[in-house]
Design a binder for this molecule. Structure first.
Ligand SMILES: Cc1cc2nc3c(=O)[nH]c(=O)nc-3n(C[C@H](O)[C@H](O)[C@H](O)COP(=O)(O)OP(=O)(O)OC[C@H]3O[C@@H](n4cnc5c(N)ncnc54)[C@H](O)[C@@H]3O)c2cc1C
Length: 399
């Protein structure tokens, strides 16, 4: 068994973990990020970089280089319903410099952060390294047990930052209790080719369906939302019926669906869960991002909330780690206190206020979602929806 000692061991190289690694390394903290995959190329990741995250890159002096990566800039979000299209969020009137959401494949975002972090001497990223358990003595977390491509590894650290997502191994190993757990929907996730110059709205909802189309250049990344737990029923009805349902939402997809979705393996089922920990920390351990509060894709805010957690954690705990000491219980609790409120607000909106957007029974009639009805009645609210999506409740800053 090999061993490695580092000040902070970050488990998980998603938005929360990579950003925490970069920010701690910039403070001169010796940090090791573990990522179980060999690259960042997984297409189930969301693609949105919000104004709050763009602002962070600005504060780091990296924004110009970041924006040279291919992306599209979305200034308003509309929902299409059978009654027409309604603009539900207008980012152009946000305070601050960045008044749009940048759509960029998440692997490009993570590659960029990894590249910048690797330039710093105290940063280490180990890929194909899966944390399997914690090293604990008397309820105190002292490190992580890891399986790597080169065999088992034990890492000793002053702090383990769990950023290993919604199925977090670390939070399970720590026995941290969940206070909420809901499954508002499931997602069928697939690609369809995109015709040159083809444009379409991002979100279309109607009688018993919700379809999200993300422009990834050569293809559309499509999310077809089904009721939570409905996959077996959808499968029993057969692929032709599913293709028919999707084509009834977006007629122009009909032939492409027949050509490109010919097997269930062409679709991925993603289970969406929304949960949060009652306590995010134990001595020597702090959970951030989805590991602390798993987010639904609704509103596309999970990535940015994860980044904001990382910014707060690095800013609040970096000085203790730099001084060579394990952050105290009080310091860990302060991070939770600061970040739990924004997560709770967003989860409330995702699960309660947006619940009537999600299909319940395929084919049943639903009225336009309340968000559409409200914004049609009070158009000035589009500014506030944009603020919630784009900046969140408690925007963080690097310093
Ligand atoms: C279908 C779907 C679509 C979504 N779309 C969007 C969107 O468009 N915009 C948006 O903002 N949010 C979206 N979200 C939410 C968003 O994906 C999450 O909130 C966000 O990714 C959380 O970031 P994170 O870094 O905390 O965790 P993750 O992104 O889940 O990253 C965790 C990382 O840890 C690694 N890992 C896991 N276990 C281990 C282990 N034991 N050892 C080492 N590494 C490990 C994983 O490989 C992964 O790289 C979506 C969610 C779903 C389910």
């Amino acid at each position: 068994m090999q061993t490695l000692t580092t000040r902070c061991c970050v488990v998980g190289g998603g938005p929360a973990g990579m950003m925490a690694g970069l920010l701690l390394a910039r403070q001169g903290v010796d940090v090791t990020v573990l990522e179980k995959h060999g690259d960042f190329l997984r297409d189930f990741r969301g693609d949105t970089v919000h104004p709050s995250t763009l602002q962070i890159f600005d504060e780091l002096g990296l924004i110009e280089e970041f924006l040279t990566i291919k992306h599209s800039e979305v200034r308003t979000i509309s929902i299409e319903t059978p009654a027409g299209s309604t603009e539900v969020a207008d980012f152009t009137r946000l305070p601050g410099k960045y008044r749009y959401v940048a759509f960029m494949p998440q692997w490009d975002l993570l590659d960029f952060v990894a590249r910048k972090a690797r330039e710093l001497p105290s940063f280490r990223l180990i890929q194909r390294a899966e944390a399997t358990d914690l090293v604990q003595v008397d309820g105190r977390v002292l490190g992580v047990r890891v399986t790597t491509a080169d065999g088992p590894l034990e890492i000793h650290s002053d702090l383990v930052l769990a950023a290993d997502g919604r199925h977090s191994t670390v939070r399970r190993a720590a026995g941290l209790p969940l206070s909420v757990s809901e499954t508002p929907m499931d997602v069928l996730w697939f690609r369809l080719s995109r015709e040159p110059g083809e444009g379409m709205s991002f979100l279309r909802t109607g009688p018993g369906h919700l379809l999200i189309t993300i422009d990834r250049g050569a293809y559309w990344q499509v999310a077809y939302i089904i009721p939570a737990g409905a996959y077996d029923t959808v499968r029993a009805e057969g692929l032709p019926r599913l293709r028919e349902r999707i084509a009834s939402v977006r007629g122009t997809f009909k032939e492409r669906l027949e050509r490109e979705i010919t097997d269930w393996d062409d679709l991925k089922l993603l289970n969406v869960r929304v949960d949060r920990l009652r306590t995010w920390y134990r001595p020597g351990l702090l959970c951030i991002g989805d590991a602390a509060h798993a987010m639904s894709p609704a509103g596309g805010v999970g990535i940015n909330l994860a980044v904001q957690d990382a910014v707060a954690a690095a800013r609040m705990l970096g000085p203790a780690l730099k001084a060579g000491r394990t952050p105290s219980r009080r310091e860990l609790a302060a991070v939770q206190r600061r970040r739990a409120f924004p997560a709770r607000v967003v989860q409330f909106v995702q699960v309660r206020l947006m619940s009537d957007m999600y299909p319940k029974e395929p084919g049943t009639y639903t009225r336009p979602p309340s968000v559409v009805r409200i914004v049609r009645r009070f158009p000035f609210l589009r500014r506030w929806t944009a603020r919630l999506i784009g900046l969140g409740v408690r925007p963080e800053h690097v310093e």
